[in-house]
Write a protein that binds this ligand. Structure first.
Ligand code: NAD
Length: 444
């Protein structure tokens, strides 16, 4: 692996990856290769996570095409050095900020959107002029192998390559001196990645997780709140980093909200064939243990061998229960209540800053209050998940839910260093800064 990295670094040093033409050509090549393998990507997502072709396209493949198109259209502009003002005290000089690639990036991906979460960061790496090593998750081995096929068909090994494997391979890669690490995964592994990066002072982007709340205020449009929470939570069987982890609902509207949610569960996810599976039996077992917490008010059935867990609503859950101690990352939705919006705000503030927050409220004062007082990575008012699909919105966490952001321009920024340069004149030399000031202005 060290040899591979050395080869990539030498290739990067040739400057080949720097021009706009090169970057655009690689993005087109990536897109065309994905198009060629589109059916296999869809089939593999079905096989490993039971994603329907519709879900595969909207949440994995289509989003990647959009990201490539969005970036290609704007890349020339982003790559331009930006002239910035220079104070009068620096008379005679001009100042510029030059975006430059870090070099060779290590991209470590998780299994829940195993195609999109490996390829989206790669698009950013290529756009910013980097080389990359991509390490997909070992829990989706068929997708890992397919990514290897796609990437080795599109690119030379010295430029972009996929290294397959589990924790041992990941740790071996983390021991090497990359120029940047982009990690998507759990908070606990994020800490391991950052500790490894610290040894070489390698910059990191960490896209992590956490418990993202869906707050439903008394003023909420309950029908749409129920529908949109159910859709966002049970997409991919709850294995979405920004899925609502739990609902925090005003006690006055809890009953009607739950009734509506039950209806939408049947309507949107009643068809077992179109609904996702848990990635492994081990992960399913972990989730089934959470069913011992609280009271099941809907769902609760499961088949561990089939990796199937019915969409489930849990009532009477407290923060002391296991299900509230860690990110759920599965199709179980605890419903907790609050009496005042201040109490809801305090509840979220008392826990780690979430990756996402969803607020359902018609009352604009409540919207302003929550936005002003609660820190979270990103989110929606009166919706779930959709913020991730707007390439104009940087996507990332804060605090324990992550460091840095990507998507669209933010992806270009995540893989770039901004080099600041002051260009001085040699036509004259202002003496103000020299120790023997006040000599007269000397013309050279
Ligand atoms: P994970 O942290 O277990 O694994 C992610 C990657 O890290 C895998 O490639 C794995 O091989 C590697 N890895 C695992 N243990 C390691 C170790 N000890 N040392 C070095 N590398 C190691 O995460 P996961 O289970 O694949 O994904 C689920 C988590 O990812 C959830 O917490 C979820 O919220 C988060 N996530 C975040 C985002 C985001 O964009 N912020 C997106 C998807 C998932």
């Amino acid at each position: 692996m060290n040899e591979l990295l050395e080869k990539q670094k030498r290739y990067f040093q040739t400057g080949e990856t720097l021009s706009l033409e090169f970057r655009l050509k690689q993005l087109i090549r990536l897109k065309e290769t994905i198009q060629k393998y589109e059916q296999r990507i869809t089939d593999t997502l079905k096989k490993e996570l039971h994603k329907s072709p519709f879900e595969a396209y909207t949440t994995e493949i289509g989003i990647v095409y959009e990201e490539i198109n969005f970036i290609m259209k704007r890349l020339a502009r982003w790559m331009q050095p930006k002239r910035v003002p220079t104070p009068l005290t620096h008379f005679g000089s001009t100042s510029y900020v030059y975006p430059e690639p870090y070099g060779v990036s290590l991209i470590i991906a998780p299994w829940n959107y195993p195609f999109q979460l490996a390829v989206s960061p790669l698009i950013g790496a290529i756009a910013a002029g980097n080389g990359a090593v991509v390490k997909p998750s070992e829990y989706t081995p068929a997708m890992s192998a397919l990514l290897k096929t796609i990437v080795s068909e599109a690119f030379s090994e010295e430029y972009v390559t996929v290294v397959e494997g589990g924790v041992d391979v990941s740790q071996e890669l983390l021991g090497l001196r990359f120029d940047h690490i982009f990690f998507t995964g759990s908070v606990s592994v994020g800490k391991i990645v950052m500790a490894a990066a610290a040894k070489h002072l390698t910059p990191v982007t960490l896209e992590l997780g956490g418990k993202s709340p869906a707050i439903v205020d008394q003023s909420a449009h309950l029908e749409l709140a129920a529908k949109r929470i159910v859709w966002g939570k049970f997409l991919n069987a709850g294995q979405t980093c920004i899925a609502p982890d739990y609902v925090l609902v005003h006690k006055a509207v809890k009953q009607p909200l739950m009734e509506k949610m039950k209806r939408y569960l049947d309507e949107l996810y009643g068809d077992r064939d179109a609904y996702g599976r848990i990635v492994s039996e081990r992960h399913a077992e972990r989730l089934v243990r959470f069913l011992e917490n609280g009271t099941i008010i809907h769902g609760g059935s499961h088949d561990i061998q089939q990796r199937w867990i019915e969409p489930t609503l849990l009532d009477d859950v407290t923060w002391n229960d296991d299900v509230m101690q860690e990110e759920i990352f599965g199709p179980l939705l605890p419903i907790l209540t609050f009496a005042t919006i201040e109490e809801a705000i305090r509840t979220v503030q008392d826990h780690e800053k979430p990756l996402a927050l969803y607020l359902f409220a018609e009352d604009e004062r409540v919207q302003q209050q929550v936005l002003a007082q609660v820190s979270f990575g990103g989110g929606c008012i009166n919706d779930t998940i959709m913020h991730i699909a707007n390439p104009h919105l940087p996507f990332g966490g804060v605090g324990q839910s992550g460091i840095g952001a990507y998507h669209g321009k933010a992806s270009f920024d995540a893989f770039s260093h901004y080099k600041s340069v002051l260009k001085q004149t040699t036509k004259f030399d202002i003496p103000l800064r020299y120790p023997n000031f006040p000599n007269a202005l000397k013309w050279v």
